[in-house]
Ligand binder design. Structure first.
Ligand SMILES: *Cc1c(COP(=O)(O)O)cnc(C)c1O
Length: 340
C-alpha cells in the first residue's frame, strides 16, 4: 500500500524509509550484503571518511510509470560511474551487477514509498561508499561500507519550471587534472561556500569556468550545461573536469535520435554564451532546469528564451526524456529497468 504522504508538497529532503542496503568490504572482499531497518551507522572516531573524506556517491530515481510499474532509469550507468569514482579515490570497486541488484532490492523493499504516477514526486536513491576503519597516516582505508538508502522527493518544479539566474563564480569547483569528473563528497564540500554566497547575493546557481584558463564553460555545482544555438543546434561543454551527467548523455541521445537535432560536444568558450538562444542545467534532480539569465561580475546575459518559461528546444528535450522515463514514450533498449 502506497504510504499516505502529501506527494505534491514534498520537498527535496531526507525522509526515512523502511529499508536500506549495506555491504562491508573487510579482508579484501565484499560480504554478501543485506537489507536492514537500521538507518544509523556507528563508526570509529578515526574512520578514514571522517579524517580524509574518502567517500563517493551516486544519485538516481525510481518512478511509477503510466501503466503502474516501478522502474529505474539507466542504473547501469550509475554503477559504472561509481567504479570510476572508486578507482580515482583508491577505493575498492563495488561490482556493477551487485550495484544494480542492490538498487532493485532497495526499491522493492520500499515500494510503498514510490510516489504515484502523475504526482511529480519520485523515489530518490543514494548509493554511496566510504572508508570505515581507523586511518590516521594519510593512506586509503582498508575497510569500506557500501550503502543505498532511498527517500521520496517532491516535484522539482512546483507550479511550472521557472528559469533561474546564475552567476559566473570566482571560485573553482575542480582542479585541472583533479577530481572534477568523479562523484565525490569532496567536490561538494569545496562548493558549499560558493553556493551559499551565490544565494546570499540573489543567484540560484554558480557557473564554473575551466580552472586553468577561466575562459571555458564547465558546469554548475551539480548539473551539466546544455545550450541551444539560434539555429537550433544543441551544444554541450566537453572537458575532463566535468562530471559526466547521465541526464546530459541521455538528452544528447534524445536530441539526435528522437528529435533529429544536431548536437556538438565540444569546448564552449564563455564568450560564445551571449549568442546562444537557450540554456539549461541537466541532472537527475530536475532533468532540465532552464536558465534565463547569466551574470558575469555585473554584466548580464539575458537568454532570448526569457524569464517566464523554458525555451522551445529545452522544453522538447525535457518532455521527451521525461516521457521516456514515465513510460509515455518508447525507451531505447536497456534504459528502463522494471522492478515490479
Ligand atoms: C551528479 C552530478 C551531475 C548530474 O549527473 P546526473 O547523472 O545527470 O544526475 C552533474 N554535475 C555534478 C557535479 C554532479 O555531481
Amino acid at each position: 500500500m502506497t504510504k499516505n504522504i502529501d506527494w505534491s508538497n514534498l520537498g527535496f529532503g531526507y525522509v526515512q524509509t523502511d529499508y536500506r542496503y549495506v555491504s562491508n568490504f573487510v579482508n579484501g572482499a565484499w560480504d554478501d550484503g543485506v537489507l536492514t531497518q537500521d538507518a544509523n551507522i556507528v563508526l570509529n572516531e578515526c574512520a578514514g571518511v571522517l579524517q580524509y573524506a574518502q567517500t563517493i556517491f551516486e544519485g538516481l530515481k525510481a518512478y511509477r510509470t503510466q501503466d503502474g510499474k516501478i522502474v529505474t532509469f539507466r542504473p547501469d550507468l550509475n554503477a559504472e560511474r561509481m567504479v570510476s569514482s572508486a578507482k580515482r579515490l583508491e577505493m575498492p570497486v563495488f561490482p556493477t551487477d551487485r550495484f544494480i541488484d542492490a538498487v532493485k532490492k532497495v526499491v522493492a523493499a520500499n515500494a510503498d514509498y514510490v510516489p504515484p504516477y502523475g504526482s511529480g514526486a519520485t523515489l530518490y536513491l543514494r548509493p554511496y561508499m566510504f572508508g570505515s576503519n581507523p586511518v590516521i597516516g594519510v593512506k586509503p582505508a582498508s575497510e569500506y561500507q557500501f550503502r543505498i538508502f532511498c527517500t521520496p522527493v517532491g516535484p522539482y518544479f512546483k507550479g511550472g519550471a521557472k528559469p533561474i539566474t546564475i552567476r559566473v563564480s570566482d571560485f573553482d569547483r575542480a582542479a585541472p587534472n583533479g577530481t572534477g569528473s568523479i562523484k565525490a563528497g569532496l567536490n561538494y564540500a569545496m562548493s558549499l561556500h560558493a553556493i551559499v554566497t551565490a544565494h546570499a547575493e540573489g543567484f540560484d546557481e554558480n557557473m564554473y569556468l575551466d580552472p586553468k584558463t577561466r575562459t571555458k564553460v564547465e558546469e554548475t555545482g551539480g548539473a551539466n550545461f546544455l545550450f541551444v544555438t539560434k539555429d537550433g543546434k544543441v551544444v554541450t561543454p566537453k572537458s575532463d573536469s566535468i562530471l559526466p551527467s547521465i541526464t546530459r548523455r541521455s538528452l544528447v541521445y534524445v536530441a539526435k535520435e528522437y528529435l533529429g537535432l544536431e548536437v556538438e560536444e565540444r569546448e564552449v568558450f564563455f564568450d560564445e554564451v551571449k549568442d546562444f538562444a537557450e540554456c539549461g542545467l541537466c541532472g537527475t534532480a530536475a532533468v532540465i532546469s532552464p536558465v534565463g539569465k547569466i551574470v558575469d561580475h555585473g554584466k548580464e546575459i539575458c537568454l532570448p528564451s526569457g524569464m517566464d518559461d523554458m525555451g522551445p528546444v529545452t522544453r522538447k528535450l525535457y518532455e521527451t526524456l521525461t516521457g521516456i522515463q514515465m513510460g509515455r514514450l518508447e525507451a531505447p533498449e536497456g534504459w528502463i529497468q522494471v522492478i515490479e
